[in-house]
Design a protein around this ligand. Structure first.
Ligand code: BGC
Length: 374
């Protein structure tokens, strides 16, 4: 309590001395907690441009991300809570979370590897979503190394954790460069054949989190095809051209323009909630997948990845009930997620790129969120 008070006094002092409207960053003390005998904390990464990111090892989550606008004014552009208790008490929306073992849905929580049938927790109607009930987003990751602009985390997921076979060893890195890029890199190894699809579930609003909807953001997605879904949001296996649909973001397009269309796919998702098949030439390893631009602030977010797909989710299930950081409300369609990934339900769709991992292989995944102004 005393510490929290002195922290607040310090912030007020800084604020009044500089006279600049620097939004206060997160109080790290509010993230100190022992959960299941493990220490949860908040870690801060900074670069030479003044960009600052905080990450907690509870779910390896991005908590805040301070980015300048075209006038140099900083704003926190991701959703999150002011304290670890905020995360523990709120409805699960996966704010900033590292998702695993499997991002997005697996139909009926079932899949087979060879002759063996596996059963996962059904935590989203009849389907399994984002790794199940106690997925990686709720695990306490071990911090292996911390530098001024880099955090290395590790997680060991036991054999049959949430129903997934094999022990999985995951290492991940958050690195903030001086070019205002946030690198998120995952590496994983298993001791038995298993499946894997990790991703990051940050919600972005380039006005600043909690400052209105994302309907005025301009989006591009480098994809000619998407994977249409059924009424439970499971891909049907089809690759459908985006052309002449509200899913065409090949050129910068307002998110609000097609979000209320009567297209059956929009109706199923209650807005945008779709996996895109990213366009790649064979020699491209990491390439530009999507861009988001908010004209008033001039903030531009570019997303690069080596993954075959990206989930564009327009925050259709957000209800703003639990107040976020600084009491801000994150309501309906106020955040955009761009989750680099393998396609949902891949284990049950043989025509989708394989998500199987065997003990002789290493899983790699890079996602880069790059910020600039225009
Ligand atoms: C999914 C949505 C889901 C949301 C949960 C997204 O990745 O595509 O369907 O409701 O995560 O926050």
């Amino acid at each position: 309590m005393k510490r929290t008070l002195s922290y607040l006094v310090l912030l007020v002092l800084i604020f009044s001395c500089t006279g600049k409207s620097v939004p206060p960053t997160i109080n790290p003390q509010a993230f100190n907690k022992i959960i299941d005998g493990k220490q949860v904390k908040l870690y801060t990464l900074k670069n030479q441009q003044g960009m600052e990111i905080t990450v907690t090892n509870w779910g390896a989550r991005i908590v805040s991300c301070m980015v300048p606008d075209k006038k140099g004014v900083m704003a926190d552009v991701v959703f999150g809570y002011d304290s670890i208790d905020g995360y523990l008490n709120a409805k699960e929306n996966y704010f900033g979370a590292s998702i695993g073992r499997f991002g997005n849905r697996i139909a009926k929580g079932e899949f087979a590897l060879g002759d063996i049938q596996y059963k996962l927790a059904q935590n989203n109607g009849i389907n399994s979503l984002h790794g199940g009930i106690n997925g990686f987003s709720k695990k306490i990751w071990e911090v292996v190394q911390k530098g001024s602009n880099e955090l290395n985390l590790k997680l060991v997921s036991a054999d049959m954790d949430e129903g997934y076979p094999g022990e999985l060893q995951v290492s991940m890195i958050y690195r903030l460069t001086n070019q205002n890029e946030l690198f998120i890199q995952y590496e994983a190894k298993c001791d038995k054949p298993t499946i894997i699809n990790l991703t990051n579930h940050s919600y972005f609003n380039l006005h600043g989190a909690g400052n209105g909807t994302i309907l005025d953001h301009l989006l591009t997605i480098n994809a000619d095809f998407f994977t249409p879904i059924d009424s439970t949001l499971i891909p049907t296996g089809e690759f459908r051209p985006v052309e002449n649909t509200p899913f065409d973001f090949r050129n910068p397009t307002l998110i609000g323009a097609g979000i209320n269309s009567k297209d059956q796919q929009i109706l199923f998702g209650l807005g945008y909630d779709m996996n895109y098949v990213l366009k790649k030439s064979p020699d491209q390893n990491i390439s530009l997948a999507a861009t988001v631009y908010e004209p008033a602030s001039g903030r531009l977010l570019e997303v690069f990845t080596d993954q075959p797909g990206i989930q564009f989710y327009s925050g259709n299930f957000l209800d703003g009930i639990y107040p976020g950081k600084k009491g801000k409300s994150y309501g309906y369609r106020t955040g955009i997620c761009l989750e680099t990934q393998h396609f949902p339900n891949s284990p049950n769709q043989k025509n989708f790129p394989s998500v199987e991992l065997t003990p002789d292989q290493v899983y790699y995944h890079t996602c880069i969120y790059k910020f600039s102004v225009k």
